[in-house]
Design a protein around this ligand. Structure first.
Ligand code: BES
Ligand code: ZN
Length: 867
């Protein structure tokens, strides 16, 4: 039975005057609300969302009267997260400007949701606190009673009282309108917001410094004040995102043809943050590592993540904040779009980063991996209550969402797409929209039936594998089936076919809608590739003869990098799902010997990594062969790149160095191990100057992987003493690379129980530990400590789901997995909120086990013959 968790629609709440007085010592606050209500249908009951609040009195006042209409009863439904206020008379639309007044108190909690506290240590060891909000998806109700649904937009006037003469910076979505030097406290009253959804409201109280610049709006030439707030004394590290944010606001104002409507944009990093970043309108919040950059110290890898994150959150200022999805079912309109638009902006500012090819490898890659499972879900998905909503912030909404948009852009052309987008944003600004509204505007702009084109992609689970065979001299036969799961879905696939006779400028176009179609190309060919530039989210399975012909254009680099890359990534996927054996992939690899482009080589590296991790611990001679093979693939490349960056070296060379050192270290390549050890010792002695920032993580990992208790202690010491957040993260990840089962319990205890690791980072060591040789040990730890450790993280969304799904998905034998599944069943109640993620983990494990059975001989015989 599904319950409808939506609020009644008989009353509209149009304006919230919200006054809060936080007590920063006891972490409580008092709140006072005055809400303008618009009564649509007579009623004597008002219903709002709330959670974990103490509600005092509620009464109604109307214009021109001093009489209070006190509520006769206030009742709570904690399952529905609703409070109902009943009044002794019927409220009708004839009341003059009625206002609902509510007094309440709450705690500034430590759950990284609602109104919460975050702590940090100053240089002289003092612990300080700040208080901040995180409302998406349904936690505004945790801070104040409100109609907490995305379509129930309202205006907000926030005011916050802090102790007199305190050092606090107090922020909200809008600039301060009035500072009131009150009797008991200093009150900051902010300007009223535009009409917006509750989940985008935000406020902050804490001690900060800032850097500041202005963005100039393209048409009006209005100035928008942009600030990045940093911890005291560290404002330098805000400069990179500050500059990028200002330019991005200008860029999007132009691109969407709607200027950023607020007078300011503040951004700040927080030491405790559940997600990565949050797009609150005018007050964007981040995990510290995703906003701060210190030139020369921050790695290129992190810098790229920072840029991506800033562009993504600022994209939401239009896609999400100005136009909001009607209901969470269309969450992908927010997240898929912000992901696509964010990549577009990153690519605009940093063309040398090769952003779109990274997108195809990473984002589209994650979408392809998740969406091949039975336990995946369609982009547009029915959701009701909070826990179901949280679970769809996943690679389907973000990555499949962004991939299908990239596909659509390719079909419509970027200009047409932008025209449709602009019209859509104009029509629905300050309001809400559904997927169909966007399709309608894109259809208008293009003259194509976009809804029909896109329907299969957004309403069905999965994606197609295209099987391609020769059909006579000039034709091919293409069959589409759902990849990895048998069902009868067919998709609308706009194919661009490139052949030896018809290059990128002159491709054969064909729209596939049937299960099997014969396509006449009108000419014979030496080689041919369908799904050129991987514009559709699908996998292509060529018959052996067609595949064989394709190594030539890869080798000669006739193909663009994205085509070289995806030929290989498709083969890897086909291998993992038992369409082809490993030797087919491995025999294709020589086409990449002279490959120069990072995003292509990354796929070669990814396959060697996959083989290494899949076969580890099974057969020493096989794993040694895989390692030797890896060394041969990468050592010459590494010799060219070396340990140190050269003057003016490119961003991607630095990223490539990191990848090569990592692969060679895991493969046990002696020269890399030796130098890594030397650098590890330097790092542990506090000298970071001799290690490239992009290599620090892999050097620390190598130290732990090839060390013992001494190295573990050294890394813990570094973690506990450094103030650099990036370095702290690297240490925690590295601590999951212990090399003996004896260290597993201690490693996990350190993460979950020592009080030294923030909740937001607790899962970091679990990733490598679960993926490495000690999956079973990691799982046993979770089982054994269920009532203490797991329960401690329960409700902490991402974290609790990962603690279970990471070890599960890496299990490599059926007995262990079956036992684990029984355990999971016995904890069904505890796991109900993260069920989908857990099921996905189990399905992934079963798939790997099947793959290993299928490929055992093929892998062994290939490596026996080559080494
Ligand atoms: N709107 C999300 C933040 C969010 C995520 C809120 C999950 C509630 C639940 C934000 O725009 C976002 O997508 N953040 C990403 C980082 C981004 C660069 C992809 C995140 O937090 O991982
Ligand atoms: Zn987002």
């Amino acid at each position: 039975m599904t319950t409808n968790y939506r609020l009644p629609t008989n009353v509209k709440y149009t304006h919230y005057d919200l006054h809060l007085t936080p007590d920063m010592k006891n972490f409580t606050y008092t709140g006072k609300l005055a809400i303008d209500i618009d009564i649509k249908e007579d009623t004597n009951t008002l219903v709002l969302n709330y959670k974990d609040l103490e509600i005092g009195t509620a009464y109604i006042m109307v214009d021109g009267s001093n009489d209070l209409l006190q509520s006769s009863s206030v009742t709570y439904d904690s399952d529905r997260e609703e409070v109902s206020m009943k009044f002794p008379v019927t409220l009708t639309s004839s009341l003059a400007s009625p206002k609902l007044h509510i007094f309440f108190t709450g705690t500034i909690n430590d759950k990284m949701a609602g109104f919460y506290r975050s702590s940090y240590k100053t240089d002289d060891g003092e612990t300080k606190y700040c208080a901040v909000t995180q409302f998406e998806s349904t936690d505004a109700r945790r801070a104040f009673p409100c109609a907490d649904e995305p379509a129930l937009k309202a205006r907000f006037t926030v005011s916050i009282g802090v102790p007199k003469k305190s050092q606090y910076t107090v922020l909200s979505n809008m600039p301060v309108e009035e500072f009131i030097d009150g009797f008991a406290s200093d009150v900051y009253r902010f300007e009223t917001t535009p009409v917006m959804s509750t989940y985008l409201l935000a406020f902050f109280v804490g001690e900060m410094d800032h850097v500041e610049t202005t963005a100039i709006m393209p048409q009006s030439k209005n100035e928008v004040k942009v600030r990045v707030y940093t911890p005291k004394g560290e404002s330098e590290k805000g400069k990179f995102s500050l500059e990028l944010a200002a330019r991005t606001l200008e860029f999007f104002s132009e691109y969407f043809d709607i200027e950023y409507p607020l007078p300011k944009m503040d951004m700040l990093g927080l030491p405790d943050f559940a997600a990565g970043a949050m797009e609150n309108w005018g007050l964007v919040t981040y995990r510290s590592t995703l906003i701060y950059v210190t030139e020369g110290k921050t790695s290129n890898m992190i810098k790229e993540q920072v840029a991506q994150t800033v562009c993504h959150e600022l994209a939401h200022q239009w896609f999400g904040n100005l136009v909001t999805m009607e209901w969470w079912t269309d969450l992908w309109l927010n997240e898929g779009f912000a992901t696509w638009v964010g990549n577009m902006a990153t690519n605009h500012f940093y063309p040398e980063w090769d952003t779109w090819n990274t997108f195809v490898n990473c984002e589209m890659g994650s979408a392809l991996s998740l969406d091949m499972l039975k336990s995946s879900h369609p982009i547009q998905v029915t959701v009701n209550k909070a826990s179901e909503i949280d679970e769809i912030f996943d690679n389907i909404s973000y990555c499949k969402g962004a991939s299908v948009i990239r596909m659509l852009v390719n079909t419509l052309g970027e200009d047409t797409f932008r025209t449709g987008l602009r019209a859509y944003l104009k029509e629905f600004q300050y309001s809400n929209a559904e997927t169909g509204n966007l399709w309608a505007h894109l259809s208008d702009a293009s003259g194509m039936d976009v809804a029909t084109m896109m329907n299969s992609w957004t309403t069905k689970t999965g994606y197609p594998v295209l099987t391609v065979k020769r059909h006579g001299e000039t034709s091919i036969e293409v069959t589409q089936e759902r990849f990895n799961v048998a069902d009868d879905t067919t998709w609308h696939v706009s194919l661009d076919i490139i052949t030896s006779e018809r290059g990128y400028d002159n491709m054969v176009k064909h729209v596939l809608t049937q299960k099997t179609e014969v396509i006449d190309l009108g000419h014979s060919w030496r080689w041919l590739k369908v799904n050129t530039e991987c514009s559709n989210m699908c996998v292509v399975n060529y018959s052996p003869d067609l595949l064989n012909d394709l190594s030539e254009p890869v080798k000669t680099q006739t193909f663009k990098p994205v085509d070289r890359a995806t030929l290989l990534s498709d083969l890897i996927r086909l291998n993992k799902t038992q369409h082809v054996h490993a030797d087919v992939v491995l025999n294709f690899l020589p086409a990449y010997t002279d490959e120069t482009v990072l995003s292509v080589v990354e796929n070669v590296a990814a396959y060697m990594r996959l083989l290494t991790y899949t076969w580890q611990g099974t057969d020493d001679s096989l794993t040694n062969s895989i390692k030797r093979y890896t060394v041969n693939l990468f050592k010459d490349r590494f010799d060219k790149v070396g340990w140190r960056a050269t003057e003016g070296e490119s961003h991607n060379t630095s990223i490539e160095r990191r990848m090569l050192v990592t692969r060679l270290s895991v493969a046990g390549y002696e020269p890399v191990l030796a130098e890594s050890k030397r650098l590890f010792d330097l790092l542990m002695s506090g000298d970071t100057s001799q290690v490239e920032p992009d290599l620090i993580q892999t050097v620390i990992i190598t130290g732990v992987q090839n060390g013992g208790q001494t190295e573990i202690d050294q890394v813990r010491h570094l973690f506990e003493t450094t103030t650099e957040e990036e370095l702290q993260g690297h240490c925690l990840t590295a601590l999951g690379y212990v090399n003996s089962a004896d260290h597993v319990d201690d490693c996990l205890d350190y993460s979950f129980n020592s009080g030294k690791v923030r909740t937001q980072d607790a899962y970091r060591s679990m990733f490598p530990l679960a993926e490495g040789r000690f999956t079973a040990e990691a799982w046993n730890y979770m089982v054994r400590t269920w009532d203490t450790v797991w329960k401690k993280f329960q409700g902490g969304k991402y974290i609790s789901a990962r603690l279970v799904s990471l070890p599960l998905q890496n299990m490599k034998d059926t007995t262990t997995l079956d036992d684990a599944v029984k355990f999971v069943e016995s904890k069904a109640d505890d796991l109900s909120d993260v069920r989908r993620t857990v099921d996905q983990g189990i399905e992934r494990a079963r798939a790997t086990i099947k793959w290993m059975d299928y490929d055992r001989n093929s892998v062994a015989s290939f490596f026996n013959n080559t080494n």
